[in-house]
Design a protein around this ligand. Structure first.
Ligand code: SF4
Ligand code: SF4
Length: 372
């Protein structure tokens, strides 16, 4: 089980191509993952159409380098994702990925319709409705961004596969799997169902704090690659300075044997020894993951950080439109949250264009943290 971690300082085109080539060479070259004639669906993180320097989306130069490498291997790349708040084309245009696709002659495919993909081996979900372009792909490459995530702690190669769930169908999963371990179990099944042959994580400029949209860009200077998305994510968590046992998806992947422990991963490359200290999202201090099921409701009310609306709110209503249990209302430009309905999914914080949703730890949560 090999994961390559290489140092990469900038998004200058020659450097990105050279560093990606270095990482792939450590894994036996891209030819170990794709064959001539394959149609390869490259799946970047295009959460929202924001400029690359915001570090919300996979950098377009990484996408370019992967498109070129796939072509050099004799395969045909095409690119797609389902952003959180807009169509694929609009988001791709704003984050620079559309221009790269045009320049490199790779199709950008919208994820706007779904097909059923049975997954009988799933422990939590046995059938997913996934973006239709997956049906046209022989192989998938996960091209993720190294970021913190208010709900799951971090988002990397495996969580990146959630983009195969089209548009508002994502909210249905938040409603069905409200607790973080349940949601992580669904993500683990989904990542296995999609089964990317190669996972690459763009950590040149990553994101810390209240990611995946409203955190702070952080120069981490690393590029990760490996065949196993869960192993790549375990290495990513280690480099970010997080305990995988506190990250629902990483902890579950270990428990299910989807990745060996860090000590069992053959970690190679110039960044193998890099260890950083990313600021965690506030929500990671939540204690509900450790409570028995019968205490979940009490725990959610008192032992999680709750979303609150700050002065920066412009009353656009995006949060209310995407709130899975419809716990938010907008009237007269003011947002109200019904905390009895709120499931603490933090979609509102993730998607707010003004970074106006703040996560506040209640007194009981702070006291409980002090006692632990
Ligand atoms: S909190 Fe953010 S998303 Fe919600 S209405 Fe205000 S500005 Fe819009
Ligand atoms: S108010 Fe925010 S955190 Fe609560 S359920 Fe709605 S989107 Fe999720």
């Amino acid at each position: 089980m090999k994961v390559a971690a290489v140092k990469a300082e900038t998004y200058d085109r020659p450097e990105v191509e050279s560093r990606l080539g270095e990482a792939l060479a450590l894994l036996g070259g891209l030819g170990s993952f794709v064959a001539p004639g394959d149609r390869v669906l490259v799946k970047p993180n295009m959460l929202e159409g924001l400029p690359p320097e915001r570090a919300v989306t996979t950098h377009p130069e990484i996408v370019r380098a992967v498109i070129r490498a796939v072509k050099a291997a004799g395969a045909t790349p095409f690119v797609g994702d389902s952003p959180g708040t807009s169509g694929t084309l609009k988001a791709a245009e704003k984050c620079g990925i559309l221009a790269v696709c045009r320049e490199e002659g790779a199709d950008l495919v919208p994820f706007d319709a779904s097909v059923d993909r049975p997954f009988p081996a799933g422990l939590t979900v046995k059938k997913f409705a996934v973006a239709r372009p997956l049906a046209a792909a022989d192989k998938v490459i996960s091209l993720a961004k190294m970021k913190t995530h208010t709900f799951m702690g971090v988002t990397g190669a495996a969580k990146n596969m959630f983009g195969f769930i089209v548009g508002m169908r994502k909210a249905q999963f938040h409603l069905r799997m409200q607790a973080r371990p349940e949601f992580a179990a669904m993500l683990a099944d989904l990542a296995q169902c999609i089964n990317p042959v190669l996972s690459i994580v763009d950590g040149i400029v990553a994101m810390e704090g209240d990611g995946p949209r409203n955190g702070k860009p952080l120069h981490a200077g690393v590029l990760l690659a490996g065949a196993n998305c869960f192993a790549v994510d375990l290495v990513m968590a280690e480099i970010m300075g997080f305990d995988p046992a506190r990250l629902p998806l990483a902890a579950l992947a270990r428990e299910r044997g989807l990745t060996p422990p860090l000590a069992g991963i053959d970690l190679v490359g110039s960044a193998a020894g890099v260890r950083l200290n990313f600021a965690a999202p506030r929500s990671m201090k939540s204690l509900t993951d450790r409570l028995p099921g019968w205490a979940a409701s009490f725990g959610r009310s008192h032992l999680t950080a709750r979303p609150e609306i700050g002065d920066a709110c412009i009353g656009c209503g995006r949060c209310a439109n995407h709130c899975p249990p419809q716990a938010m209302t907008v009237a007269g430009g003011k947002v109200r949250i019904d905390y009895d309905k709120c499931i603490r999914c933090y979609c509102c914080q993730e998607l707010c264009p003004e970074d106006a949703v703040h996560l506040r730890e209640g007194r009981l949560l702070k006291m409980a943290q002090r006692l632990m």
